[in-house]
Design a protein around this ligand. Sequence first.
Ligand code: ADP
Length: 170
Amino acid sequence: MRRAIYPGSFDPVTNGHLDIIQRGCKLFDEIIIAVLINPEKTPFFSVEERCDILRAVVKEIDHGECVLTVESFAGLLVQYAAERNANAIVRGIRAISDYEYELQMALMNRRLGPGIETVFMMAHEAYSFISSRLIKEVFSLGGNITGLVPPSVEIRLQARLSRNKIKGAS
Ligand code: ADP
């Protein structure tokens, strides 16, 4: 049983994340998509919302025989991975700029949990410039993000933005 953890903020999930998940499906029997609970960051969507969005979108993608599970976690990633009996951590690499940080994390995680391998995957080049941060920025400025996130994410972003505007006006 090859089980991997794909950790991240997923605030919100993008087509780049989904591309990595689909590639991972060819390598693993199960991928646990783990939404990090980070009290230091103020997210756009709550952890519960991000998990709900992810659960809905992963149902729509072709995942072959691979089981996709979504949950949230806090604390040390290697500890969480060990609790879940996972053998691997999946991370996506977009550009060299990601590599430095990812290498540092992977080596620290190897030191903390020698039994767990980090597997780096490259998304399709069509998605390599996408980050959740940029999606939120472009969308809030009125830019078109169609094709970069699943349609349901665009709807959720629109709803959140309209709510914020109403809040701001009252
Ligand atoms: P973080 O919160 O660590 O910045 P995210 O939660 O956005 O990262 O993403 C989780 C993982 O997915 C990270 O390994 C990140 O590099 C990867 N990732 C994010 N966007 C893309 C993309 N467009 N293509 C490939 N990998 C990506």
